[in-house]
Design a protein around this ligand. Structure first.
Ligand code: PNS
Length: 163
């Protein structure tokens, strides 16, 4: 039996915590589709196409069974379209759990054939978030070690002129 999972997120930008979850999920599933949410209510630092490209560049060594695509709408519909029976989410700390549990229950209510699987983030990345990474980069801080190299380069480019 072939097991496919989606790993959905905003990924604005992908951090090393996300990358670690993606790497470990790629070892657990026969197909992993990283889904980048296109949310019309948010103005991201990186447009959707660039977020997809940056993730592709970051996961290039994980194998051909790992794909990256943009999606809009419900995560469970994205999972169904891709024939995936699992949604992967990372947990950095207990504080993540409440919201993640609520999302998992909602998704199961919407599609009871799709299960959510939680992976705990590697301890050294437990402090990382996309929003703090954006802030550090915006004010000229060093984000290497927080994000994959392609993302660090893109953040430096993006905020070069703002200082
Ligand atoms: O990286 P994020 O912002 O924590 O990811 C949140 C995400 C994209 C997984 C969540 O907002 C989501 O699934 N959005 C799609 C809309 C949806 O399916 N909503 C109902 C389930 S909670």
């Amino acid at each position: 039996m072939s097991r496919a999972a989606v790993f959905p997120g905003s990924f604005d930008p992908m951090t090393n915590a996300h990358l670690d979850v993606a790497r470990r999920s790629a070892m657990l599933f026969d197909r992993l589709i990283i889904g980048v949410l296109q949310n019309p209510r948010k103005t991201p630092v990186f447009p959707i196409e660039q977020r997809v490209e940056l993730i592709r560049a970051s996961v290039v060594t994980f194998g051909d069974h790992v794909e990256v695509s943009a999606f809009a709408g419900l995560t469970v519909d994205f999972a169904r379209r891709n024939g995936a029976g699992f949604i992967v989410r990372g947990l950095r700390a207990v504080s993540d759990f409440e919201a993640e549990l609520q999302m998992a229950h909602t998704n199961r209510k919407l599609a009871d054939q799709v299960d959510t699987v939680f992976l705990t983030s590697a301890l050294e990345f437990g402090y990382l978030s996309s929003s703090l990474t954006r802030e550090v980069a915006q004010f000229g801080g060093d984000v290497s070690g927080m994000v994959p190299e392609p993302v660090a380069t893109a953040l430096r480019e993006r905020f070069r002129s703002e200082g």
